[in-house]
Design a protein around this ligand. Structure first.
Ligand code: SAM
Length: 187
């Protein structure tokens, strides 16, 4: 999670941020269901470090599915995150994955980009539409985190996978944490 002392409440056009019991909550104007809270679990679960309730019980999966995505993954030095939000994922990676050398983030909302000044300076934020952005480098891990709940469709996944495939290194992958599923580039 981000240090709460760095986050200010905000009331804007496309989103607002309020503190509830000391936890910042970013609420997008697009829908009541489009919100994100400054919680450690967001980064830890999505990056495979979450608590494992019972790995032997398939009915109590918890974050086991996310853990599996990272089971055979080599150290991923170059990371692209699609969707800035509060910056929870890129900041978690910065603080917990010391082998990562590059963290780039794409978001199409300039207001969000202007607001999120509290993440590490080494994280590069790029204003672009994630579906059309063409990176100038290749990545070991691309994390597509553009959705809330289950708005994601198979077509969206295919479009992003096809669009970024040439920018994924050998044994690299594009990961959809909301599902969770990853496509590995093996050749
Ligand atoms: C669920 S939030 C991302 C949370 C973020 N990864 C984090 O760690 O806090 C989704 C973000 O994706 C952005 N987004 C949605 N559609 C997009 C698109 N087509 N291109 C770029 N960004 C997009 C939204 O502006 C929003 O900031």
């Amino acid at each position: 999670m981000i240090n709460e002392n760095l986050i200010n409440e905000y009331s804007g056009t496309t989103f607002s941020v309020t503190k509830v019991n000391g936890v910042s909550r970013m609420q997008y104007a697009s829908s009541d269901e489009h919100w994100i809270e400054n919680r450690e679990e967001y980064g830890s679960i999505f990056m495979g470090d979450g608590p494992c309730p019972d790995p032997d019980n398939p009915f109590v999966l918890g974050s086991v599915l996310h853990k599996r995505i990272f089971e055979d993954i080599p150290d991923y030095e170059n990371v692209l995150v699609l969707g800035l939000g509060m910056g929870l994922l890129p900041q978690y990676i910065k603080e917990n994955k010391s082998f990562v050398k590059v963290i780039d983030v794409v978001d199409n909302n300039q207001e969000v980009i202007d607001y999120v000044t509290f993440i590490d300076d080494s994280i590069n934020v790029i204003k672009a539409d994630a579906y059309t952005y063409t990176p100038d480098k290749n990545y070991d891990l691309i994390i597509a985190d553009l959705w809330w709940h289950h708005q994601i469709t198979g077509e969206m996944k295919d479009n992003l996978k096809n669009h970024y495939w040439d920018n994924i290194n050998y044994n690299g992958r594009i990961y959809f944490p909301i599902n969770p599923i990853a496509y590995i580039k093996t050749a």
